[in-house]
Design a binder for this molecule. Structure first.
Ligand code: HEC
Length: 138
């Protein structure tokens, strides 16, 4: 009898472990689609405070105007910074992540993809930028 119970417990534990990922998926579905992230509501305030001070219509360093949606999507004279739908391939995300990583590195070994002068964004702000790009950068 005792052995049976041990075996049963083992089976139950294995079963629960196996179906655990399903709980996660159900939970994500219950939370519904993520809230839409838009340039006007969410992204402009972040970029105005972080990039547009140096990259704007009146002072477009590197040909880059970070003070309008058109300017952000256009990028620099040489390249685009945003690949709509693909945050991981977007130079903007790589750049702000490298600045944040460099700011956290006490030894200064991490190289930022931008010369000095860029304020590190919070993880929440970086998530907002990624969500905006992944939702199509509207
Ligand atoms: C303190 C001023 C300042 C701020 C703030 C700033 N930049 Fe720059 N940025 C510059 C200057 C100066 C250059 C070099 C311009 C040149 O060489 O003509 C530059 C160059 C660039 C380039 C071109 C080089 C490359 O790697 O392709 C990009 C892209 C860029 N900045 C993006 C950004 C982004 C994105 C932000 C905000 C997260 C930002 N910058 C914030 C001053 C700034």
């Amino acid at each position: 009898m005792k052995t049976n119970r041990v075996i049963l417990a083992a089976i139950a534990t294995g079963f629960l472990t196996a179906i655990q990922p399903l709980f996660g998926a159900a939970q994500a579905a219950a939370q519904g689609d993520p809230k839409p992230v838009t340039y006007a509501n969410d992204v402009k305030p972040i970029l105005d405070a972080t990039c547009a001070t140096c990259h704007n219509a009146g002072k477009p360093k590197a040909g880059l105007q970070m003070d309008s949606l058109e300017g952000v999507l256009k990028g620099t004279k040489k390249r685009q910074l945003v690949a709509p739908g693909k945050s991981a391939d977007s130079r903007l995300v790589q750049l702000v992540e490298s600045v944040a990583a460099a700011a956290k590195d006490p030894d200064g070994q991490t190289r930022a993809l931008h010369k000095k002068g860029v304020k590190p964004l919070t993880p929440e702000q970086i998530s907002q930028l990624k969500a905006w790009i992944d939702q199509g950068a509207k």
